[in-house]
Design a protein around this ligand. Structure first.
Ligand code: UTP
Length: 304
């Protein structure tokens, strides 16, 4: 195991921010966090928790906001439903109901005001303590067949510091993302991050790599976030803190590496991508896929 900034140990905890306002999805998100919107038949956030658990991170902290009830209920027991399904002998559906309850050790902390993703992550400090930790955003759905966390964990284990997940995107869409300036390393899928900018203009983007919602952060991130001023959009940006971490010495927990991910990833954060993600995932499912694909072909053929 590597010693980093005085800390020795592996990543055990995952932080899942779910306190954003989800304004792009109104009115669906008026009383429900957008992370609870179903992708096919499972809330987006359950895919994310399953991904964390599959990577060995079964201590999960949700950062919740004003409408946290549906989220808490989803990961809690539902005795009435369990009882009704048991009585009917419907073991298959019963398993679907208890799956999310038994998945992980779940904790909650409230972010009073949605002051930004950086602020949401700072809320995790007392639970996480002086340990490296993962942050997973419910907006980004990584296909379970192409896991990226194991690779990121291996890079953190080897080099310490923080590790972010990057994806090559067309230059014209870079202004939708955080974007790093990078230098290559000996490993084709790993870069050293030297600078970062949140949602740059196309002309100013330092690369065509987009930051996507998986991070492994050194605990040094907390002190940096605590002194990060509101940035773009008046929000405390995680990108701004990562920018500082990228230039800090490794003995102080600094250094940021990027893993360039080339697997399947679906963006459920905006409406069009959300619809595409649902159709793509459903069309690949054994139970729904064949019928959906047949219908889609007919439907598309009828489009003008
Ligand atoms: P987004 O900026 O995509 O989320 O934040 P949002 O504000 O909910 O969405 P829109 O733009 O209004 O539709 C990325 C992630 O960070 C969380 C969100 O829940 C989402 O998972 N977040 C954001 C917080 O937890 N707290 C915040 O203050 C801001």
């Amino acid at each position: 195991m590597t010693t980093i900034g005085g800390y020795t140990g592996a990543v055990r905890k995952a932080v899942v921010p779910a306190a954003g306002l989800g304004t792009r999805f109104l009115p669906a998100t008026k009383a429900t966090p957008k992370e609870m919107l179903p992708v096919v038949d499972k809330p987006a956030i359950q895919y994310v928790v399953e991904e964390a658990v599959a990577a060995g991170l079964d201590d999960v902290l949700f950062i919740t906001g004003r409408s946290k009830r549906p989220l808490e209920d989803h990961f809690d027991r539902n005795f009435e439903l369990e009882e009704a399904l048991s009585r009917k002998g419907d073991e298959e559906r019963l398993a679907l109901v208890t799956e999310s309850t038994d998945l992980a050790l779940i904790h909650y902390v409230r972010q009073g005001d949605p002051l930004g993703l950086g602020h949401a992550v700072l809320m995790a400090q007392s639970h996480v303590g002086n340990e490296p930790f993962a942050v997973l955003l419910g907006d980004d759905l990584i296909d379970p067949r192409d896991p990226v966390l194991p690779r990121m964990l291996a890079i953190r284990e080897e080099f310490g510091g923080s590790v972010i997940c990057l994806m090559e995107v067309p230059r014209e869409s870079i202004s939708l993302y955080g974007c790093p300036a990078v230098t290559p390393t000996d490993e084709a899928d790993v870069v050293i991050v030297t600078d970062l900018v949140e949602k740059p203009d196309v002309a100013d983007a330092p690369s065509t790599l987009a930051v996507i919602g998986r991070y492994l952060l050194d605990p040094a991130a907390f002190a940096v976030l605590a002194r990060t001023e509101p940035g773009r959009g008046g929000e405390i940006q995680l990108t701004d803190a990562l920018r500082v971490l990228a230039t800090m010495p490794s003995e102080e927990g600094g250094g940021v590496r990027g893993v360039v991910f080339s697997g399947r990833r679906y963006d459920t954060g905006d409406r069009l991508s959300y619809l595409q993600a649902s159709i793509m995932l459903a069309s690949e499912r054994e139970d729904l896929g064949p019928d959906l694909r047949d219908w889609l072909k007919e439907f598309v053929a009828g489009l003008q």
